[in-house]
Write a protein that binds this ligand. Structure first.
Ligand SMILES: Cc1cc2nc3c(=O)[nH]c(=O)nc-3n(C[C@H](O)[C@H](O)[C@H](O)COP(=O)(O)OP(=O)(O)OC[C@H]3O[C@@H](n4cnc5c(N)ncnc54)[C@H](O)[C@@H]3O)c2cc1C
Length: 325
């Protein structure tokens, strides 16, 4: 059965976030050969439509308004509901980002629809679109199908491979005029505290520090390594609670969930709540002085040693490899 599927393109600092392209790939699977319609909401966002098409959207609907300059669940819900009403799709896919996590339950409630959140894979099997999602803090996975109504899902960043960019693809871009009624909250300023450079939740490499880094300065060697590898710096709650870094870096059950290609845990014991946020990383390297530390149970590679000796050595070696490659 073919379906029309809407996919929300998420922007940050004037660019599309990678998860938008992953959501399009998921939308393609849900559409089963049907139409994938990209949706862009914001102010001055229409220029990004072409990229959504190059990554697989068949066409794009754009809702622009100065009231949509900053994300608010109220404003974006009004815009997205208007697109849903106009397009009547059978599927809707968003990224499982802060925005997606905030917006999707609101949309589901307004539509009286179900929602499969935080999917890490989408397949078609036995005539059904099957979503895989982690449960019990990623200790198990469940498979879900939608038996009635809209197939509505959010997809976890870094899990579904985007389609290859095809610059020869073209698609219609239509603007939809939506009257955005008075917003309950107006964002005056956004003060970003996230890690510098690479976005933590989308990073391919994450270098994380725990209480073992011992101070805010102790994060410096980790930042150096992250810079060399083009990665982001994360942290355990132990490090955040100790005020070594900001809570926006926290990874785990009550922090961010990351699935990078490479996760390097430095001075992190591996509490279950931390593992909940990183255990699905593709390759895990643990550096810890304690050979009995729990983190080694999930690590692909373990280094028993002092992180202040090991991390600078790794940085030097990676620098050399980069020079020779
Ligand atoms: C409801 C709830 C929610 C929670 N949510 C989260 C969450 O989202 N994320 C999270 O991370 N935690 C969370 N926690 C806290 C969690 O239980 C742990 O307390 C926390 O993860 C411990 O942080 P840590 O590993 O950095 O510190 P520690 O457990 O103190 O471990 C420090 C590690 O550093 C090693 N070390 C010390 N010095 C060095 C050195 N020089 N070189 C190498 N290794 C060294 C030590 O051997 C030790 O293993 C939560 C707890 C609760 C109750």
């Amino acid at each position: 059965m073919t379906r029309k599927v809407l996919v929300l393109g998420e922007t940050r600092d004037g660019s599309l976030r990678n998860v938008s392209f992953e959501a399009i790939a998921a939308g393609k699977t849900v559409a089963e050969g049907g139409e994938v319609v990209g949706v862009l909401i914001g102010q001055n966002v229409s220029a990004l439509s072409a990229e959504l098409v190059q990554y697989g959207a068949d066409r794009v609907v754009v809702v622009e308004d100065e009231k949509l300059n900053q994300y608010t669940s109220d404003g974006f819900a009004q815009a997205l509901l208007a697109v849903l009403e106009k397009e009547s799709p059978e599927g809707l896919v968003l990224g499982h980002t802060s925005l997606g996590k905030d917006l999707s339950p609101r949309i589901a409630a307004k539509l009286s629809s179900g929602l499969i959140s935080d999917a890490t894979a989408v397949d078609v099997a036995g005539g059904n679109v099957v979503f895989t999602r982690p449960i019990y803090s990623s200790k198990a996975f469940e498979k879900k199908i939608v038996t009635d109504g809209l197939i509505f899902a959010t997809v976890r960043p870094n899990n579904i491979a985007p389609l290859a960019k095809d610059e020869s693809r073209a698609g219609e871009v239509a603007s939809l005029s939506v009257e955005i009624k008075d917003l309950r909250a107006i964002i005056k300023e956004v003060v970003r505290k996230a890690s510098e450079g690479v976005d933590l939740s989308e990073a391919k490499v994450v270098i994380s520090g725990g209480r073992g880094v011992k101070s805010a300065d102790g994060f410096e060697p980790l930042k150096e390594l992250a810079k060399v590898l083009g990665g982001a710096v994360g942290a355990s709650r132990g490090a955040c609670d100790a005020d070594y870094c900001d809570y926006s870096l926290q990874i785990g059950q009550t922090g961010k969930v990351v699935t990078p290609d490479l996760y390097i845990a430095c001075g992190i014991s591996g509490a279950i709540q931390h593992l909940a946020g990183m255990s699905n990383s593709k390759v895990i390297v643990a550096i810890n002085k304690d050979p009995e530390a729990n983190i080694f149970k999930v690590a692909d590679y373990g280094i028993v040693g002092d992180l202040f000796e090991v991390v600078p050595l790794l940085t030097e070696e990676f620098k050399k490899l980069k020079v020779h490659s």
